[in-house]
Design a protein around this ligand. Structure first.
Ligand code: PHE
Length: 474
């Protein structure tokens, strides 16, 4: 029947798609730069503990909610929850939609850098010719047409994969793209760690140093937990959506563990690819400079690499584009699934291609604002720069979208998910889903504790800190 729900073609395909969603700008950009400016080794240890406790638990819960309800995020809550919690799915669904407004623009910038390095390889006019990374980025932000055009290309590429469906498009793309990404990452690491002076970067990452925890424990905890959530694509409807296409015979617990471990390994590898090179060719200040890392520092690092620079630069930005694309695909699929699900409840026949087309149009509309704004470079009006006389988080449209999605809806949604599963749906129902197909729920006690106590406490803390960071608490 036309409306029968699709499933992943194989467990490997599902894993690649879920890992593809998790591995993105968060790993390759966020993780290294946050590790850089939030304490190196100490940050790493806190991150690992959080991923094992909260990350694993929430991921397992989301996959189970999806598979149990056979619905995307919004439908899942309508089906499984009482009136009190029915609306919770909207938090994740809206959050994913808003994140697309800037995630696609950030991906588009990487596409542009990929072209810059490609141009350098063949000495073409669109190459950078050794221009300072800061200048390239500044020019891109104020060149509204180029930013917009690259964004449109990125969105069309996302839609082109989604049109072909869960197993035909998303799974096929990720099955090849993820292993490729891994190989490219290893190539970049090979160059990075053999540079003179790379040891300093490695020492920064792996030499035990607890100082940052003594000085700023809560700060490190806040940065690491926010990062962990974003990196695992949690609280954003995605893992519920992907779980809803998972056959009952597959082992959710094992899959959740593999996804958490893979995402963390890729983040670490990205750190090893980026930080030693930045230390060696840019010096400590450049390496630890924060968000500028991806779009300014690294281009300068490739400029300083000599003849190999454009090649390594091209491979690096290509791998970032692939990582961003596989994440953007998962973000967009949540909205597409939602619309498909609602057709089903109205007994109408859906047309995935047409739905995807209209979702692309909607995403392009919101992304156009962020692209034209150029991180606030073009003097555009931004809503709510001050509220009640207090300067808030919105220095640009990206910040505005980010504050509502990642800052507010994501942690709140994930918090309510834990409360819903722990206290209303109950762990016994969760266990029933995890044990489908005859698998034993090995970590049940651990998950119960994390779901009812550890995760909600940490999530409230994340929420509080995000609101504070974004200036909402004055
Ligand atoms: N997890 C992705 C990353 O690390 C980003 C992402 C966030 C993707 C939310 C989907 C949803 O970049």
């Amino acid at each position: 029947m036309e409306n029968q729900r699709a499933t992943w073609g194989s467990n490997f395909g599902f894993l690649m798609a879920a890992i593809g969603s998790a591995v993105g700008l968060g790993n390759i950009w966020g993780f290294p730069y946050k590790m850089g400016n939030s304490g190196g080794f100490a940050f790493l240890v806190v991150y690992l503990i959080l991923a094992a406790i909260v990350g694993f638990t929430v991921l397992l819960i989301e996959l189970s909610l999806g598979r149990r309800s056979r619905k995307g995020c919004i439908g899942a809550y309508y089906k499984l929850a009482s009136a009190k919690f029915k609306w919770v799915g909207w938090l994740g669904g809206l959050s994913a939609f808003l994140i697309m407004s800037f995630y696609t623009v950030l991906g588009a910038y990487c596409l542009k850098y990929m072209m810059v390095n490609l141009g350098d390889i063949f000495s073409l006019s669109f190459g950078g010719g050794g221009t300072d990374g800061g200048k390239i980025f500044g020019a891109l932000l104020t060149d509204q047409f180029t930013s917009w055009a690259y964004t449109a290309v990125f969105i069309i590429a996302t839609g082109a994969v989604i049109m072909f469906g869960i197993d035909g498009g998303i799974e096929q793309f990720n099955k090849y793209a993820m292993p490729m990404l891994f190989v490219m990452l290893l190539i970049v690491i090979g160059r990075s760690v053999t540079l003179d002076g790379a040891e300093k970067g490695l020492a920064f990452m792996f030499m035990p140093n607890w100082e940052p925890l003594k000085n700023n424990f809560l700060g490190v905890l806040a940065t690491a937990s926010g990062q962990m959530f974003f990196s695992l694509s949690l609280g954003m409807a995605i893992m519920i959506t992907y779980g809803s296409y998972l056959p009952k015979s597959e082992n959710i617990e094992k899959n959740a563990a593999i996804i958490v471990i893979s995402d963390t390994v890729v983040a670490l590898l990205a750190g090893i690819a980026v930080l030693p090179a930045a230390f060696a060719l840019g010096g400590e200040n450049a390496a630890l400079a924060g968000p500028k890392l991806l779009y300014i520092t690294l281009q300068n690092v490739f400029n300083a690499m000599g003849a190999a620079g454009p090649y390594i630069g091209f491979i690096f930005y290509l791998l970032v584009v692939i990582a961003a694309l596989s994440s953007s695909i998962s973000l967009m699929e949540t909205t597409v699934t939602f619309i498909i699900d609602s057709h089903e409840s109205r007994q109408k026949i859906h047309n995935r291609k047409r739905i995807t087309f209209w979702v692309c149009v909607a995403v392009l509309a919101e992304a156009t604002i962020v692209a034209l704004d150029g991180l606030g470079s073009n003097g555009m009006w931004v809503p709510g720069q001050s509220m009640f006389g207090v300067h808030t988080w919105n220095d640009c449209w990206l910040d505005f979208m980010d504050a509502w999605s990642e800052g507010f809806m994501m942690p709140l949604g994930a918090f309510l998910t834990c409360i819903f599963v722990g206290y209303e749906m109950k762990i016994s129902t969760l266990a029933d889903e995890v044990e489908q197909g005859g698998h034993k729920f090995v970590t049940r006690k651990f998950v119960e504790f994390c779901c009812k106590f550890a995760a909600p406490v940490i999530l409230l803390f994340v929420l509080y800190n995000q609101l504070k960071d974004f200036g909402l608490l004055g």
